[in-house]
Design a protein around this ligand. Sequence first.
Ligand SMILES: Cc1ncc(COP(=O)(O)O)c(C=O)c1O
Length: 374
Amino acid sequence: MQVPFYGHVRQYHNIQAEIDAKLREVLESGQYVMGPMLGRFEQELAAYLGMKYAVGVGNGTDALWLAFLALGIGAGDECITTVNTFFATAEAIWIANATAVFVDSDPRTNCIDPALIEAAITPRTKALVPVHLYGQCADMTAIRRIADRHNLLVIEDNAQAIGARGDGFKIGELSDAVCASFIIQKNLGTFGDGGAVITNSEKVDRAIRRLRNHGSEKRSCHSMGYNSRLDDLHAGVLSAKLKHIDHWNDLRRQWAARYSEGLAGASNITLAYEVPGYRHIYHLYVIETRRPEQRDPLLEFLNDRGIDAKCHYPIAIHQQDGYPWGQPARIATPLTNSERNAACCISLPMFPELTAEEVDYVIEKLREWDRTQS
Ligand SMILES: Cc1ncc(COP(=O)(O)O)c(C=O)c1O
């Protein structure tokens, strides 16, 4: 059996009529950049998140650094985040000319460990940048409390968790800006690149609108800006998909529960962890091998049996060749958990359109491998 990692085409086929209708609507409108479909999707996205504003931008990386710029974060400012995230979290801090300060992650969730943040704060600290890793919210209640105590900004890297929530908090309500990525592999993904900044701040909304469009609020009038807009065709795809996101996230949760149940008791594997009371939407279902030296052989074992498992992220940011490339960076705590996560992680196939047979086959092969381990 072959089990793919992604189900983009299956998803397209399931809602083809809705997506095709949106694409046709944009094509027939004659307006493809900053047109009415973009405006409509921005409103739908803000409403979905229960926020006031959403601004579509070119991708999730741009969403982050444009949010930093809009919030006045720049040279000399320190942003505290983690190393076990997609590279773009730190890259965006550097694009904004700010300093990336790294603390370790929580060993169970792999999101930033709030208990380590305060010791990393200096007079130059300007912002906290938690990542809702794999589809589970970081502990925003604790993060907000620290931000309030030290007068810090909070920018949520929400590239992986549209539709997730915490215990007693929603994404967006405890931060200054939420940054989303809509690259195809995300749980809300278009057929290409896309991103958005979602905020309750009129000032941030206005600044991003200006920055993404050559510093322009009015035709022919410019200030310094960039070109980073979400195209209307992508907005149309996302508008069609947004209507299904809760159902798709439910299906992800269903497959995650099946993995967790089927793999319970496998002694060489640590299963994905959901914080009680949270809604983890399993953008990724990530297991860890008990020992680092088991990871690559297990990945090969699965791949050889037709299972397209992958790793997110096998090389932590500070372990990348050439780090930090002359960029301002500081490692504020030992990064033991993040390094273990990088060395031991394996992402199992996870997408709403999986079948029970596929999930059970992955479970069967993992259990087979587990029995061979001492
Ligand atoms: C955690 C995280 N941050 C930022 C990004 C950057 O998003 P994009 O690829 O749309 O630039 C991604 C995904 O690619 C991501 O997973």
